[in-house]
Ligand binder design. Structure first.
Ligand code: SF4
Length: 429
């Protein structure tokens, strides 16, 4: 057992940065590249120029929440509008959820905006407007702030020497150290956090973390990484393995004595960080052998009938009925056309009846199922739901008001619809 433990321990060092000289060189190479090549982004400018620590932390926090699950190019415009409208925690704390949802509309994962605003209220009311000053306190005290966001805020805003691990960092570190076990497994995630904390540059932690993420976003990308341009390739074991294989192949071609192929796997059975024995290194994949993920769960398939109810408003313009979703759960608090979930394989006639019953509850009067016009279907993919909206329309002749006893509803013009807190799925509808 002692021998096995010893073998495993030495094997694990293959997945570590254990040489202080190499760590220093990696920090230097990565930061020099970042200084030359970093993208000019509004939150970076704010973090670098804002003298007030609370404002700086707030500016970084907003960007980090918006960037979760969303591309940089999409976030920039939302970020600029948000910071213009609510430049401080105090101004955000005074905003209504409706305003937050309106600005967030189209950015997806709507609970992020809601939680950001709740957390801002907490900082103002319970922490005297002062942001917590360490990653540990940020994570402990702010709702919606996890380990990654806390590390990003603390390192970028306060210069705390703490690492971060997000999707980009996972990819880069797994390639640098040939980590091929499931990158979502707790053993791998713990290992990556340890590595990120050991690697982070002590004098420029915020820049180092951003550089690592920037490398993953622009060079060490998922499908076709630009290894030739990579500033840290000499520290990358996945790249080294590919280079060795190429050298090996060319030596074989010219019938020179074949060098020994120094395989970068641990060679010790049972290493919790190597690829599973059943899925060894695949030469055709090169560095993209890493990272590996366990098979993703299939998204749930759902169908929903939705109706665009239309009436002529008192100004003569067409108006559409919107109703508000419950304040918790998917798309909480957003507005939508009246919608009802459908059982799978429900016949069209039954769909109409279900929708007509639902509309009756909103309008306070019977709705003939036969009057509903089927327009078509719209598919929208949420992170875990493959949602199909079956879209109907129903023009109403008279001035109909919806049942005020039901949860909030309102009639809006097309222009008002686009300015409302509605999801991307409803805009598609
Ligand atoms: Fe990623 Fe290639 Fe750089 Fe390695 S050499 S870190 S695989 S881009």
């Amino acid at each position: 057992a002692a021998l096995l433990a010893g073998t495993l321990a030495s094997a694990l060092t293959l997945h570590l940065f254990s040489d202080p000289v190499e760590i220093k060189a990696l920090r230097r190479d990565l930061l020099a590249w970042y200084d030359r090549c970093k993208r000019d982004l509004p939150w970076r400018t704010l973090a670098a120029t804002e003298p007030d620590a609370d404002r700086r932390a707030y500016a970084v926090w907003v960007s980090e929440i918006m960037l979760q699950q969303t591309q940089v190019a999409t976030v920039i415009d939302y970020y600029n509008r948000w910071m213009q409208k609510w430049p401080t925690l105090q101004t955000l704390a005074q905003a209504s959820l409706e305003e937050v949802n309106e600005l967030w509309a189209g950015l997806g994962y709507y609970s992020r905006g809601k939680r950001l605003q709740e957390a801002a209220r907490k900082v103002v009311s319970e922490l005297a407007g002062r942001m917590p000053r360490t990653a540990e306190d940020l994570q402990k005290l702010l709702p919606g702030v996890g380990r990654y966001t806390a590390g990003a805020i603390a390192s970028i805003s306060y210069g705390q020497a703490t690492g971060v691990v997000d999707g980009n960092v996972i990819r880069v570190l797994c390639r640098l150290r040939c980590i091929g076990a499931d990158s979502n497994s707790p053993a791998v995630i713990d290992h990556l956090w340890d590595m990120a904390n050991a690697l982070v540059d002590r004098s420029r932690p915020g820049d180092f973390n951003q550089a690592l993420m920037e490398l993953g976003a622009t060079v060490c990308v998922p499908k076709a990484p630009l290894c030739g341009d990579c500033p840290v390739k000499q520290h990358c074991r996945a790249w080294r393995r590919v280079e060795k294989e190429l050298a090996f192949a060319s030596q074989k071609l010219f019938r020179k004595p074949a060098p020994v192929l120094d395989v970068e796997d641990c060679g010790a059975g049972g290493c919790p960080l190597c690829p599973p024995a059943t899925e060894p290194w695949d030469s055709s994949l090169g560095v993209t052998n890493f990272p590996r993920k366990a098979a993703k769960k299939q998204p749930r398939v759902a169908r929903t009938a939705t109706c665009v109810l239309e009436r002529r408003g008192c100004q003569g313009a067409l108006e559409y009925l919107l109703v508000q979703r419950p304040s918790s759960g998917l798309l909480a608090g957003l507005w939508e056309f009246p919608s009802v979930p459908l059982a799978q394989d429900l016949q069209e006639e039954k769909q109409r009846e279900a929708l007509a019953d639902h509309l009756q509850a909103w309008l306070g009067q019977p709705v003939p199922a036969g009057g509903l016009q089927l327009i078509g279907e719209v598919v929208h993919i949420f992170s875990h739901i493959h949602q199909t909206y079956v879209v109907y329309s129903l023009p109403l002749d008279e001035d109909v008001t919806s049942d005020p006893a039901s949860s909030p509803s309102r009639w809006v013009t097309e222009e008002e619809f686009h300015a409302s807190a509605v999801s991307t799925a409803m805009k598609k509808v």
